[in-house]
Design a protein. Structure first.
Length: 169
């Protein structure tokens, strides 16, 4: 289906990208409410331009989500913003890479709890934190199964190794 809206000029596309980028950054800086308040009208204009011009649908969806998230951020109390900032800092991949699987699972569970309390069960960030928890658990279980299988193989091969070593000596 061909859109009846004109294609967005390059400066409008650049405006969309810059507005979304600024919003992404501000969602990490939960204490900068003045900047958030200033960006809300920019994102509202970005959405109006999306309706006026033809563009990628995902850009409009992102702009709508950022606008909703920033408006919600303005309504949160200091403790909720602090919890959200804490959740944003939790990273499980370095823990997994270091072999600290239990710590990765604990960190992912804490992130899920914080995001759920502040943003609710239907927010995309909560779903992402659940995915992170799932990956941490999956890697932990895979490593545990690998260790069990290595131990089983060694228990099976050990008598052969001992007898072969004694035979060679």
């Amino acid at each position: 289906m061909v859109s009846s809206r004109p294609k967005a000029p390059p400066d409008v596309e650049r405006f969309w990208a810059d507005a979304n980028s600024a919003a992404r950054m501000l969602l990490w800086d939960t204490d900068n409410l003045t900047m958030v308040q200033g960006l809300v009208p920019t994102l509202e204009l970005s959405l109006k331009l999306h309706l006026q011009y033809q563009g990628e649908e995902w850009q409009r969806v992102d702009a709508q989500r950022y606008l909703t998230d920033l408006q919600r951020l303005l309504t949160l109390g200091q403790d909720q913003r602090a919890d959200l900032a804490k959740a944003n800092l939790i990273r499980t991949k370095p823990l997994i890479d270091a072999g600290k699987f239990e710590e990765a699972i604990d960190a992912a569970q804490e992130k899920c709890r914080l995001v759920l309390e502040v943003l609710g069960p239907l927010h995309p960030d909560y779903l992402s934190s659940l995915e992170e928890l799932g990956m941490s658990t999956k890697v932990h279980n895979a490593m545990r199964m690998l260790n069990i299988n290595i131990e089983r193989c060694w228990n099976w091969l050990k008598p052969l190794w001992v007898s072969t070593t004694l035979f060679i000596l």
